[in-house]
Design a protein around this ligand. Structure first.
Ligand code: UTP
Length: 232
């Protein structure tokens, strides 16, 4: 990958807060990894998801209230992404831009820091969409989507052990496979609203898991485990 351009990482909340608490070991490793890359001249935008915290708040509120709008539930999710993003910003406080991006209409001018942390913004999408907005607004070439899903598969690998991962696929095929209406807490390798923007803008998205050696290989242009979704 070209390190003269910033790299946008959509850091799935499932990696920060899997069910059962903060994954401190993953965050320690991620901290070292990103710092090493920054020392070698890379620049990153990292958009942080809500993880199990988002699902817990959304599910409990839905259960208690019964009739509740998606708008209200999405706002709960957004607040959890902001909490997680603040934790990541605090971990990188000496190298990151001092403000977490939470309003994507306010573009940072004269960005000096090699790292910017971002969170959720408006209801109706996931942080995958917010990451796409950063690609568009800050001239990044590609987006890396890290989550607990290490590739796009031809069927759900949790239900079908024989499911096959794709190395590459076109947006139109991905969109066809992942048709789904947005709902709060929606889970897919890349959300449908973000997919639409990526398809329209011709952006490439790499869907990879949590393995940081693998992330390093991808950045260095080596073979990696994951799926490249692009216009071709
Ligand atoms: P995410 O869906 O981005 O976090 O946000 P996640 O599920 O942890 O990420 P993955 O699946 O591991 O990649 C959590 C919830 O916050 C709300 C949505 O309800 C979403 O499901 N949200 C987030 C918004 O409504 N708007 C945003 O811009 C971001």
């Amino acid at each position: 990958m070209d390190k003269s351009l910033p790299v946008v990482i959509s850091l799935g909340g499932s990696l920060v807060i899997p069910n059962g608490g903060i994954d401190t070991q993953f965050l320690k490793d991620f901290n070292l990894f990103i710092r090493q890359k920054i020392a070698r001249g890379w620049r990153f935008f990292i958009v942080v998801g809500g993880g199990a915290t988002a699902r817990h708040y959304i599910d409990s509120t839905r259960e208690i209230v019964g009739q509740i709008s998606d708008w209200d539930l999405d706002f709960l999710g957004i607040h959890t992404t902001q909490l997680n993003a603040h934790m990541i910003r605090t971990i990188f406080r000496d190298v990151a831009h001092p403000r977490v991006i939470m309003n994507y209409q306010k573009k940072i001018v004269n960005l000096q820091e090699p790292l910017v942390i971002a969170a959720g913004w408006k209801p109706g999408c996931s942080t995958d969409y917010d990451a796409m907005l950063l690609v568009r607004d800050y001239g990044a070439k590609a987006l890396i989507n890290m989550s607990n899903i290490d590739s796009v598969y031809d069927k759900d690998p949790k239900k079908y052990p024989e499911a096959k991962p794709f190395k590459k696929m076109a947006w139109k095929d991905f969109e066809e496979m992942n048709k789904g209406k947005w709902s709060p807490g929606f889970s897919s390798p890349f959300d449908p609203v973000a997919t639409k923007l990526a398809k329209e803008s011709g952006c490439s998205v790499y869907v990879i898991g949590k393995d940081l050696v693998n992330l390093g290989n991808l950045l260095d242009g080596k073979d990696f485990k994951g799926t490249l979704i692009s216009s071709e």
